[in-house]
Write a protein that binds this ligand. Structure first.
Ligand code: BTN
Length: 330
């Protein structure tokens, strides 16, 4: 290996040691040399970047072994986008539990497009203050975005991202994922992906957005509680998928649809992919519960409900949505 690469044996050993640190299993044999063994599906920033076809998204991509929550790490980086930002994020505030970032370039000034990935999250967060199970094998990823839009357009990011992930799953695996309002992705009523968007804004100006994406990729969901109604790519396809390829494809699709997030097409695609429209639903929000038919999805992301009490149409912008079964609804 040393001869072929024109480097010393010591230099080869140094590289092997660094790969092992990143999680690669490499066997060594005195006479034969080194052999890649075991699980190759590890999140390696260099590997992901090497096949990434985006223009700007994920050019700064950081992979960690264990963090509390990638959203928390992303938020810390977004807040500290000064020179010492990543050092503080790694050492303290964002509470990375184990491992260092196998990073790429130094901080871009504003972190627009920075991507954070982790093998495991110890305090993965879901919507509505729920926790999010984040064992090894999943794609637990957060994006830092700094869109030049007003706060009341932020829902467009959500639409663009849901559409992008559905496209990626269809193109890569032929899976038809649908959008359960507001932003769960389901395959035949089972959740494959959740999206958690956290926004920091001043009056009417978005400062930054952290979009957390959780995909049950090679996760064994058989032990999850039945009421979670979860599935995974592994369960749907009966095989493991390459998370590296999945992440590269998702980032490319997100970059494309994010650039057109204000277009009518994105709203139409989001609406067309809805598995909530036409269903009997129960929406729980701060202003109480509404039960009725999901009659439409407006361009501003609102769910329009024809309530059972016939009082008319309700517009809901946020809340917990439950799809009711026909019997239950009656
Ligand atoms: C939901 O459906 O409730 C949203 C789940 C979002 C989970 C992802 S995993 C990566 C990112 N980090 C988190 O702590 N949460 C999001």
């Amino acid at each position: 290996m040393a001869a072929r690469l024109g480097i010393s044996r010591a230099a080869v050993w140094k590289q092997i040691r660094s790969l092992r640190k990143r999680g690669y299993e490499i066997e060594s044999s005195t006479k034969k040399g080194y052999r890649l063994a075991g699980n190759h599906d590890i999140l390696d920033a260099d590997l992901i970047r090497s096949g990434l076809k985006t223009q700007w998204l994920g050019k700064d991509l950081r992979c960690f072994s264990v963090v509390t929550s990638t959203n928390e790490v992303a938020r810390t980086i977004a807040l500290e986008c000064r020179n010492d930002g990543i050092n503080r994020a790694v050492n303290g505030t964002a509470r990375i539990v184990k491992g260092t970032a196998n990073n790429g370039p130094a901080d871009a000034p504003a972190n627009n497009g920075t991507v954070i990935l982790a093998e495991v999250q110890t305090q993965g967060r879901g919507r509505l203050s729920r926790s999010w199970a984040s064992p090894p094998g999943g794609v637990w990823m957060s994006l830092i975005l700094r869109p030049q839009i007003s706060l009341d357009r932020a829902y467009r990011i959500n639409m663009a991202i849901s559409v992008a992930i559905c496209k990626a799953l269809a193109d890569l695996y032929g899976l038809a994922a649908g959008v359960k309002w507001p932003n769960d992705l389901l395959i035949e009523e089972k959740k494959i992906c959740g999206i958690l968007m956290e926004v920091s804004a001043e009056v009417d100006r978005l400062e930054y957005v952290v979009v957390g994406i959780g995909i049950n990729a090679n996760v064994d969901v058989s032990g999850y509680p039945a009421e979670w109604r979860s599935t995974s790519l592994h369960q749907e396809l009966g095989r493991e998928v390459s998370r590296v390829g999945l992440i590269q494809k998702i980032l490319l699709e997100i970059e494309n649809s994010y650039q057109h997030m204000d277009s009518k097409e994105i709203w139409e695609e989001w609406r067309n992919r809805s598995v909530t429209l036409g269903r009997q639903v129960r929406i729980s929000s701060v202003s109480g519960d509404i039960v009725g038919e999901a009659a439409d999805l407006a361009e501003d992301g609102a769910l329009i409900i024809q309530s059972r009490d016939q009082v008319g149409l309700h517009r809901v912008l946020a809340g917990d949505c439950i799809h009711l079964r026909a019997l239950e609804a009656a």
